[in-house]
Design a protein around this ligand. Sequence first.
Ligand code: PMP
Length: 451
Amino acid sequence: MALLRLHRHPGALFMNRPNSLEHFWMPFSANRDFKQDPRLIVSAEGMYYTSEDGRQIMDATAGLWCVNAGHRDPRITAALLRQIDSLDYAPSFNFSHPAAFELSARIAAQFPEPMNRVFYTNSGSESVDSALKIALAYHAARKDGTRTRLIGRERGYHGAGFGGISVGGIVRNRMKFGTLLTGVDHLRHTHDLARNAFSRGTPEHGAELADDLERLVALHDASTIAAVIVEPMAGSAGVLLPPKGYLQRLRAICDKYGILLIFDEVITAFGRLGTATAAEYFGVTPDIICCAKGLTSGVIPMGAVVVRDEIYETITGTSETPIELFHGYTYSAHPMATAAALGALDAYEQDDMYGNVSAVALPWEEMLHGLRDCPNVIDIRNLGLVGAIELAPRDGAPGARGTEAMRRAWDLGAMIRVTGDIIALSPPLIIQPDQIAELGELLRQVLSSLR
Ligand code: PMP
């Protein structure tokens, strides 16, 4: 039986108890593999984790794309301590607490006009399911109830709920889980290495792929289509960037046919591209935005769905029953999550963390593209404070090179994330040029050492 080595760290919990690795079924993980050689983290500060064996590990992924303010930002910690001392829980079904309204106003102020109404969830997956339900409820409220079809995109990731995996387009997330939602179709993905490899920022070629929506309209008829959901920048499938003009074109086609456009900004909202939202970055305003992750800088689980005024007004204004939307969660607008979010928004604003993304964007891009000469590199992509290094798969073993890179980086002192043979990078928004250089050196060592 594998035992945790927690005794090495004096502050560790369960210090005096034998602690088996057997019982925690880790999500989206190679459990058997991990338990042979566990990577355990015991504390964190700013840009760095401390591993169980006392090493400093640079967080080159902001956890799972979420710790935007860096670890243990004192403003978030203080907000949580104040909160737990006054109000631990309050329901949001027909009761609420003042901070929930304050947070909603703060989010609305950051999001594009007229996206001013905020519905709370506890995760990105819940934000996606809520957004899909809101889209359907909107059409029903307008007596346009034949609009029920939902359109996602190949290689899209929209969380792990049944709604999210149905509109999502990553085969392994879908293939063993039954028939999923019916009435769902998918646009073609936008990843085109033949035309766009080593682009800096958004790629030049592929705006016309948005016209794939015309194909689906011709196939199903617009009167049956409720909404299209896309990540403005697809993260989990390995950082797939929208070609220049693609999102504008998708917006125009949605407008032409009365189809709602949902942006899944679970990764991009709250500064990842140097702006509050990708919608602002690309100058394209959707009808609904899903967010989570950076909303609380990952400290407490929380998500939100932000909608145009008209969607809220239509659903609440036409309802025949007092409760307009039969949807919500026990922990929607949980006081602790609300406090963490207010602390995170304070941190982003006070230190101009979105501004830092723009300030370091050039050294970030230069560092990444400087790795082009490393072995096996077939593409490098960057946007805002996101990066990807795509490696050629090893013969007969797709994904092996990626896994090896992840392990090697951990041994050398960085947490990176891999999807197959694509390395994804998304450090906290507080990263400084010297840390970018440090990461570049480490990545060069990793890439040079892969079989
Ligand atoms: N949508 C997108 C675009 C995501 O990147 C993620 C998480 N990586 C989710 C939804 C799901 O979020 P969660 O894991 O919080 O449910």
